[in-house]
Ligand binder design. Structure first.
Ligand code: ITT
Length: 216
């Protein structure tokens, strides 16, 4: 069984459309999100921690909204900004800018404790020195020695991207920043799940993952 590790049920609703019925189940586990200026290292670190927690194959999903006129902000800080400001104030911040173009990015990190054959998608193999310096994690259940080994587990990454622009909130579907993100004339909150999946950052990343996972 593959565990889709997230505190956000909206992500799993979208992911289920790409994976065979009954092959994925959500695991509500809040892995540590390290501070980084890109999504890949956050997803890789999260996938290792989630794998050690779950003890079975895991997929983590790190996503963010990158606004051009704000030099990519909130990007990897999107969850914190949504919790503190909310999407309405993000729209207000952007409303007066000349450049309201934005993109959603999603990086999926897969870990099952094994290595990977060469393929075009990146594999994060961790950093021994950084892992040793960080020391053991706090999620318990494993011995410290095991944990350090775990920090070197390879994680396969799958990336997806969708361009759009920030608009006044419209629609009541989806989640997160969906009401203020417009793609092709509609906000993500105005689209149903299949329509959003067909164009979204998560859909693109899941498509690559599902194709690869079928042979795993
Ligand atoms: P987990 O980390 O537990 O998976 P999260 O909701 O905190 O859940 P992220 O850190 O990946 O997930 O999300 C960053 C923010 O971007 C957060 O505020 C999400 O609601 C938002 N977000 C992610 N994907 C989105 C999408 O498809 N549409 C709208 N907002 C999205």
């Amino acid at each position: 069984m593959l565990r889709y590790v997230t505190t956000n049920p909206g992500k799993v609703r979208e992911a289920e459309r790409y994976l065979p019925d009954g092959s994925v189940e959500r695991l509500d586990f809040d892995y540590t999100e390290i501070q980084a200026d890109a999504l890949g290292p956050i997803a890789a670190r999260g996938a290792r921690e989630a794998y050690w927690h779950a003890g079975e194959p895991v997929l983590v999903d790190d996503a963010g909204l990158f606004v051009e006129g704000l030099d990519g902000f909130p990007g990897p800080y999107s969850a914190y900004v949504e919790e503190t400001l909310g999407f309405e104030r993000v729209h207000e911040l952007v409303a007066d800018l000349d450049d309201r173009r934005a993109a959603f990015r999603c990086t999926l990190g897969y870990c099952d404790g094994e290595g990977f054959a060469a393929s075009p998608d990146p594999v994060d193999r961790g950093d021994r020195n950084a892992a040793a310096a960080a020391g053991p994690g706090e999620d318990g259940g494993r011995q410290d020695g095991d944990r350090r080994d775990g920090d070197e587990l390879p994680v396969k990454l799958f990336e997806g991207y969708v361009p759009g622009r920030i608009v006044a909130p419209r629609g009541d579907g989806g989640f997160g920043y969906d009401p203020i993100f417009e793609h092709d004339g509609e906000t993500f909150a105005e689209m149903d799940t299949d329509r959003k999946n067909a164009v979204s950052h998560r859909g693109r990343a899941l498509e690559k993952f599902a194709e690869w996972y079928a042979d795993r």
